[in-house]
Ligand binder design. Structure first.
Ligand code: PEP
Ligand code: MN
Length: 336
């Protein structure tokens, strides 16, 4: 971190600032020029509050030269992380397709969709038992019962399951869940992230509706700092001024996250667009951009789905999409 000091900074003020930094175990090296002076900070600067530093009377500006995330940073971990999800590898050259309904609706529905997406090439099953809905009057998920149905679909198909946690008091229900999803709305639920950092479960961390790449990586850092290195990042679209689509898929997030971090990156083209016919082109674009996996909503009867029918593919459409994805994978150095 570099601190540019104002022209009139006195020796005493600089001494006070240096002593304050020393208290934070950060060494400040002073470089004095004709007109101005700078302080080069060495050591672990994570404890330095940049805003506070910036607001000090003698400080002109502050420039960070290292990212505030360490565990998630590719600089300290050059190789791609490959996460073992109950025997299914995700990351590096291992591409995966996660598919299933937005919500678990009945034993028949989840088992039927699971069977169909598996036959089409999906390698993991998604399905929400606890649903974050904008309206309190909308379907909230079948909760513990839904979890039982999802586990039954796992037993029947042998596919690992991905499902969302909305409250830490439900954690005991997630024992047999293979990947715990932290949804967009909980990306900055720091208490939840810390708690999940104490488990070894793979965590699918979705980008918040209005969060930056750095905020997403800092949330991953919360989980990793607790000792759980199994974090999967998910770009699921962000809120912009556009209203034709539910969100705006930030495709550039994929190569950017892969540059900044070694963690696998998944794209959710369903929530990103909210429109079923957009899922195919956005899936192909995501693969081309270097995504490590896709998470796609598929429903056996989208018109009557209890949640997100408009963005759900039919099993047939999913089957066709999976066939289109396959020939792209060798071009980006991946295999399914
Ligand atoms: C979901 O995956 O069902 C979901 C609610 O996703 P998001 O948190 O991205 O909105
Ligand atoms: Mn959904």
């Amino acid at each position: 971190m570099i601190v540019v000091l104002k022209g009139g900074a006195s020796e005493r003020q600089i001494g006070d600032l240096t002593a304050w930094l020393k208290g934070l175990r950060v060494e400040a090296r002073l470089v004095k020029g004709e007109q101005s002076a700078i302080l080069g900070l060495v050591g672990d600067t994570t404890s330095v509050d940049i805003e506070l530093l910036q607001a000090m009377d003698i400080v002109e500006s502050v420039k960070r030269i290292q990212e505030p995330y360490k565990n998630a940073n590719r600089k300290f971990h050059p190789d791609d992380t490959v996460i073992d999800v109950s025997g299914v590898k995700l990351g590096g050259s291992h591409f995966q397709i996660i598919a299933g309904p937005c919500s678990v609706e009945s034993p028949e529905q989840i088992c039927e969709v699971a069977r169909r997406v598996k036959a089409a090439g999906a390698t993991m099953l998604r399905g929400g038992a606890f649903k974050p809905r904008t309206s309190p009057y909308a379907f909230q998920g079948l909760r513990a019962e839904g979890m039982e149905m999802l586990l039954e679909a796992k037993r029947v198909t042998g596919m690992p399951i991905v499902t969302e946690i909305m409250n830490l008091s439900h954690l005991s229900l997630f024992e047999q869940v293979d990947v715990i999803q932290v949804g967009a709305r909980n990306m900055q639920n720091f208490e939840m992230l810390k708690e999940l950092g104490g488990t070894q479960k793979p965590i699918l961390l979705k980008r918040g509706l209005a969060n930056t790449m750095e905020e997403l990586l800092m949330s991953a850092e919360y989980i990793m700092a607790g000792g759980n290195k199994n974090v999967i990042l998910c770009e699921r679209g962000i809120r912009t001024f556009e209203t034709y689509t539910r969100n705006t898929l930030d495709i550039s997030a994929v190569p950017l996250l892969k540059e900044l971090s070694h963690l696998p990156v998944v794209v959710d083209p369903s929530h990103a667009t909210g429109i079923a016919r957009m899922v195919r082109p956005m899936s192909l674009a995501s693969v081309a951009a270097g995504a490590d996996a896709l998470i796609i909503e598929v429903h056996n009867d989208p018109a009557n789905a209890l949640c997100d029918g408009a963005q759900s593919l039919t099993p047939d459409a999913f089957d066709a999409l999976a066939k289109d994805i396959a020939p792209l994978l060798p071009l980006v150095g991946k295999t399914l």
